[in-house]
Design a protein around this ligand. Structure first.
Ligand code: E4P
Length: 215
């Protein structure tokens, strides 16, 4: 499973990338706005840190506007993938962009039907938002399982991104579902490393090592 880090904070990205397990980055307008910085400057800096796909989202709602915006954003750096919302206009834009060789990440997917449409439209990544489904009491991981199965059954090139991750158990469930990618907030990625028995184990090994006679 590939790990993307779900933030636009360059310091967090730099740190997470240094751990050696991060394959890419996802941003969205909310994450960009939290940083209070220029959009282009932020995305280009992220691309200079991470050698992998960096998702940047369009804000136009009509296909022509999305395509125009996507062409401009994609020209900033080779790592950029364009995030397109799961709408009819978005799918029209995704099809055009695919024909031009611009990679897309179809965002705001909440059902297997939407994922199927996004795969047919040529989305390279299909972002299914599990946390937001959980928030409304819907069964989020079933959508991940169905989407992974759908891709296998029909042989689409698309990869499923588990998005809107809120806690480490989402990762365990994503793993069980065979998801291709998880996009993880920095704090959750940090939590994934931790286990009290690891800390206790290191402490004991060091205490015992101190008793070993050294020549
Ligand atoms: C990822 O691509 C999404 O933008 C992100 O995971 C959304 O997460 P949220 O539901 O916590 O805003």
């Amino acid at each position: 499973m590939k790990f993307f880090v779900d933030t636009a904070n360059v310091n967090s990205i730099r740190e997470a990338y240094s751990w050696g397990v991060v394959d890419g980055v996802t941003t969205n307008p909310t994450l960009i706005s939290k940083e209070g910085r220029d959009f282009k400057e932020t995305i280009v800096e992220i691309c200079s840190v991470v050698d992998g796909p960096v998702s940047a989202e369009v804000v136009n709602l009509d296909a022509e506007g999305m395509v125009r915006e996507a062409r401009e954003i994609a020209s900033w750096h080779k790592n950029i993938v364009i995030k397109i919302p799961m709408t009819k206009e978005g799918m029209r834009a995704a099809k055009t962009l695919k024909a031009e060789g611009i990679r897309t990440n179809i965002t705001l997917i909440f059902s297997p039907n939407q994922a199927l449409i996004a795969a047919k439209a040529g989305g390279m990544f299909l972002s299914v938002f599990v946390g937001r489904l959980d928030d409304i009491g819907a069964e989020s991981m079933g959508v991940i399982r169905d989407t992974v199965d759908m891709i296998d059954t029909y042989g689409f090139d698309s990869e499923v991104i588990v998005a809107s991750i809120r806690h480490p158990m989402h990762l365990v469930e994503s793993m069980r579902a065979g998801a291709h990618i998880a996009t993880i907030p920095f704090a959750v990625l940090d939590q994934m490393f931790k286990h009290p028995l690891t800390d206790i184990g290191i402490e004991r090994f060091l205490a015992d090592w101190a008793k070993v006679p050294k020549g």
